[in-house]
Design a protein around this ligand. Structure first.
Ligand code: ATP
Length: 203
């Protein structure tokens, strides 16, 4: 699977619809200070399900919407779409048979967030699931190498390094599912305990 296009509109400094085509397997983003390099990375992180505004360098989630400049008024909506070449079927689950996969997220100022996968409405967790084990999305996100990332990796604590290795090995996906299942089992046990208490009171 390869990211081929990033389409942005109303996202941070990209107020006008902009399409970035990524022609090769390795793409570098360079440019003068403040031109929007990190905003492109934020856009990728945002579509893949980031829900913490601080990780997108903002205070609130609405901060990703273009908030005006000297020349332009603020807009009411931000959207970003990622297009992937999936001709080798590596991006998975129910979408594995699609040669091209598009993932889109949109946010309006009233806080309404909408995700779509190949134009079909999706939940955040569908999108997060889609990217688990791909290196894009999640906490490790090693497909995006930002300034200082190599140094951080070299100096990382063993447990953080392990997280990156687990994502690369495709294990993190199963660990996430295991955590979810364990939490569901815990809830079910608590419900059963409560039910037994009630039964004990009635009988
Ligand atoms: P550097 O090389 O200094 O790290 P950069 O190229 O990574 O810079 P970014 O941080 O991506 O630059 O972009 C910063 C620009 O984006 C600033 O001019 C900032 O005003 C603008 N910007 C960020 N959020 C918004 C927003 N919501 N609306 C309008 N402009 C925004």
């Amino acid at each position: 699977m390869r990211l081929t296009h990033i389409k942005l509109a109303g996202f941070k400094s990209f107020v006008d619809p902009t399409t970035l085509s990524l022609a090769s397997n390795l793409t570098g983003v360079v440019g003068p200070n403040g031109c929007g390099k990190s905003n492109v990375i934020d856009a990728v992180r945002w579509v893949t399900g980031e829900s913490n505004a601080r990780h997108l360098r903002g205070e609130a989630l609405e901060d990703v919407i273009f908030n005006g400049s000297n020349a332009r008024k603020p807009v009411g909506r931000a959207s970003v779409e990622l297009r992937f070449d999936n001709s080798q079927g590596k991006l998975g689950g129910e979408w594995a048979s699609y040669a091209e996969i598009s993932v889109r997220r949109e946010l309006t100022r009233d806080g309404a967030s909408k995700y779509t996968i190949n134009n079909t409405r999706a939940r955040r967790r569908d999108v997060v699931d889609l990217f688990l084990g791909t290196g894009l999305g999640g906490r490790s996100n090693y497909a995006v190498i930002e300034q200082g990332a190599v140094n951080r990796l070299i100096e990382a604590r063993p447990e953080d390094m392990r997280q990156v290795l687990e994502e690369a090995a495709g294990i993190s996906k199963y660990k996430a599912r295991r955590r979810e299942t364990e939490s569901r089992i815990r809830h079910t046990r608590e419900n059963l305990d409560r039910l037994n208490d009630l039964i004990g009171e009635i009988t």
